[in-house]
Design a protein around this ligand. Structure first.
Ligand code: FMN
Length: 174
């Protein structure tokens, strides 16, 4: 597990190579295995492999999401706010679990933030996606996880980059 945590990096360039169905199924299982507060299972997932849709979704936040058009898969991570008041936490856990599962399967991934972000001055990133994928107002989008076989390599994290000064023992700043 620690090895996967050290190795995982945000990958934004992808090979033009399909992801095997067994791996897609494993990613979906990983997402569904995420815990949720009170086991309310507030998380919803829209798995997108249609290149036309990926191209449209890639335009959601121009500079921060354009690489999604070259991804093999995008998983839109959604929380049902009518099911849980902590859908942000529930969905965040599912999103990172998808990313860690992807790393374990030899896939690259990147988080594209949607919550609290705008498509343009008038339209929120969430509204833009809702118009494309068609889901009701109670469903809130946290992020999209882009996925594909990596076409870029990034170094694993090193202990001296982790910021150990952020950790205190038995009290703040001790
Ligand atoms: C909450 C959150 C939001 C992020 N939003 C974006 C985003 O919109 N677009 C993007 O390209 N990367 C996004 N990232 C990826 C970060 O930029 C990346 O994790 C960070 O630079 C550290 O790099 P690493 O993932 O390779 O360790 C996001 C990551 C997190 C955790």
């Amino acid at each position: 597990m620690l090895d996967i945590l050290y190795q995982r990096r945000s990958i934004r360039k992808y090979e033009k190579k399909p992801i095997e169905k067994e791996k897609v199924d494993q990613l979906i299982k990983a997402a569904l295995l995420a815990p949720s507060a009170r086991s309310a299972m507030s998380q919803r997932f829209i798995v997108v492999d249609d290149p036309v849709l990926l191209d449209k979704l890639a335009k959601v936040r121009a500079g921060a999401s354009s690489f999604l058009k070259d991804a093999t898969l995008g998983i839109v991570v959604i929380g049902d706010s009518s099911v849980s008041d902590v859908w942000v936490e529930d969905t965040s856990l599912a999103a990172i679990i998808i990313q860690l599962a992807a790393e374990s399967l030899g896939l690259g991934s990147c988080w594209i933030q949607i919550r609290n972000r705008q498509h343009n001055e008038e339209v929120s990133a969430e509204e833009y996606i809702r118009n494309i994928l068609g889901f009701p107002e109670n469903l809130k989008v946290l992020c999209i996880i882009s996925l594909g076989y990596p076409l870029e390599r990034k170094p694993a994290k090193k202990d001296d980059e982790l910021g150990f000064d952020r950790v205190s023992i038995n009290g703040y700043n001790k």
